[in-house]
Write a protein that binds this ligand. Structure first.
Ligand code: HEC
Length: 146
């Protein structure tokens, strides 16, 4: 029994099912964006003096953003257009541009990791730069829902 369970899990992992089965769901999309939003929140807290500058926190937040956004476009496979009301149909019409906007955020976060903001002012500039990437994609592809 136990072996069967393990074997099934291993097979599922090998086939990429399991978590991948959930790809494109509202929950999966929101979970990624919430992670990104949480990381941004940590950076913003430093700019507002709610938290002291901490290089380790900045590094972790930027890493979370860079890593998380990479998997985001995978959450919009063909046929999943109706899975979440906040996802605009334009995503599927302009998939290359949608991916480019995700890549831009990834690249900007990686660039900041390579030259880690060294103080509060640096974090402020980073928030501004990354925030522009969030805004560009949200404006084009995120719908307002109540
Ligand atoms: C490539 C496009 C893209 C980029 C870049 C992007 N977002 Fe999003 N974001 C979306 C889309 C699309 C949704 C709606 C997802 C859904 O519900 O289907 C969303 C939703 C969200 C949500 C709401 C999640 C929820 O629980 O409903 C938050 C918070 C968020 N984004 C934060 C950010 C932040 C912060 C950044 C920048 C650091 C960012 N996003 C960058 C496309 C993007």
């Amino acid at each position: 029994m136990r072996f069967r369970l393990i074997a099934t899990a291993a097979l599922a992992a090998a086939l990429g099912v399991g978590t991948a089965l959930a790809a494109g769901t509202k929950d999966e999309r929101e979970a990624i964006m919430k992670k990104i939003g949480g990381a941004m929140g940590q950076l913003v807290a430093i700019t507002k003096d709610e938290k002291p500058y901490d290089a380790a926190v900045v590094k972790t937040a930027l890493t979370t953003i860079a890593e998380s956004v990479k998997a985001f476009p995978d959450q919009f496979p063909p046929g999943s257009e109706k899975n979440s009301p906040a996802a605009s149909p334009k995503i599927w019409e302009n998939m290359d541009d949608f991916k480019a906007k995700a890549d831009k955020l990834h690249a900007d976060a990686e660039g900041l990791l390579a030259q880690l903001p060294a103080d509060k002012a640096g974090v402020g500039a980073a928030v501004k730069a990354l925030g522009a990437d969030c805004g560009a994609c949200h404006q084009a592809y995120r719908l307002k829902v109540d």
